[in-house]
Design a protein around this ligand. Structure first.
Ligand SMILES: [Zn+2]
Length: 278
């Protein structure tokens, strides 16, 4: 339109007689320049910002903290979009000061940060402080030591697990039994097809209990890495209909041996031997 209707159009945002070109509107216009400089100073992205394409590349290639990388990738698009919106407001007779534009941009960068990293607490609301916060951020690492505790004298321990490639796909259920000195006693696996992952978990548990009851390896502590299954078997949670038959079999077996079977939860790392058999 600029080329076909009139020879040149002057910028509607600044008092200069600069021609409204792509580079002027988004880079050289004083308000646009203020926005780019405000963001770049805090982020230590080196200017000058003359061409839009170079601007974008400078932000994309800037050396920064890992958490800032994705935000630096989005910043150019956000700035262009905000400048474009403010130009439209001014063009249609409205008023949009550069301070209002910056506060609007700050708010959206803050929203972007908390959407991208929802687990971060007390994220500052202004861009320079957001940059500083993300540079200085160090995650809190929680470590847990998992050790194999041998069962008490005369007791047995059975670990059960189920594994699958997808849901539903070929799957396998496995269990292994150890005695009170931690020695390996027995293990068994079974491959099943086209059932759900909760079903293989419960089948593995039922197989383990069945074997231990048949061989009189009692009393026994049964460990599973599925907390859901433990709660279902202990009747803390409601039993899903897909596994109700297997849960009933487990309950009957436990009642048959006067509840000498105790079901406990273990973290996945402590169940590695059974995971290997699966
Ligand atoms: Zn201008």
């Amino acid at each position: 339109m600029h080329m076909r209707v009139v020879k040149s159009v002057t910028c509607c945002c600044c008092s200069t007689t600069a021609i409204e070109t792509f580079q002027h509107l988004f880079c050289a216009c004083p308000d646009s320049k203020t926005v780019w400089d405000y963001l770049a100073v805090a982020a230590t992205v080196q200017g000058p910002f003359i061409q839009l394409r170079n601007n974008i590349l400078k932000w994309w290639q800037a050396d920064c903290a890992p958490k800032l990388k994705i935000i630096f990738k989005i910043i150019p698009a956000m700035v262009i979009w905000h400048i474009w919106k403010s130009l439209n407001v001014i063009y249609h007779g409205g008023c949009m000061s550069v301070h209002y534009l910056l506060s609007y941009l700050n708010r959206n960068i803050y929203l972007l940060t908390i959407t991208k990293y929802p687990w971060l607490n007390n994220v500052p609301k202004r861009w320079p402080f957001i940059v500083q916060y993300l540079y200085e951020y160090t995650p809190i690492l929680v470590t847990k030591i998992i050790t194999l505790i041998a069962p008490n004298r005369g007791l047995f321990k059975c670990n059960s697990d189920g594994a699958c490639r997808a849901n539903p796909r070929p799957m396998s259920s496995a269990f292994c039994v150890r005695n009170d000195s931690g020695e390996f006693v027995y293990s068994d696996t079974r491959t099943t097809w086209d059932i759900l992952v909760t079903e293989v978990e419960v089948i593995a548990m039922r197989m383990g209990i069945e074997f231990c009851v048949a061989q009189s390896f009692l009393p026994i502590t049964l460990e599973t890495d599925s907390l859901a299954l433990k709660n279902i078997v202990d009747r803390v949670w409601e039993v899903p209909w897909t596994i109700s038959m297997e849960v009933k079999k487990i309950s009957l077996l436990r009642e048959k041996v006067l509840k000498l079977v105790e079901v406990t939860h273990i973290l996945r790392e402590g169940n590695k031997v059974t995971v290997f058999f699966c």
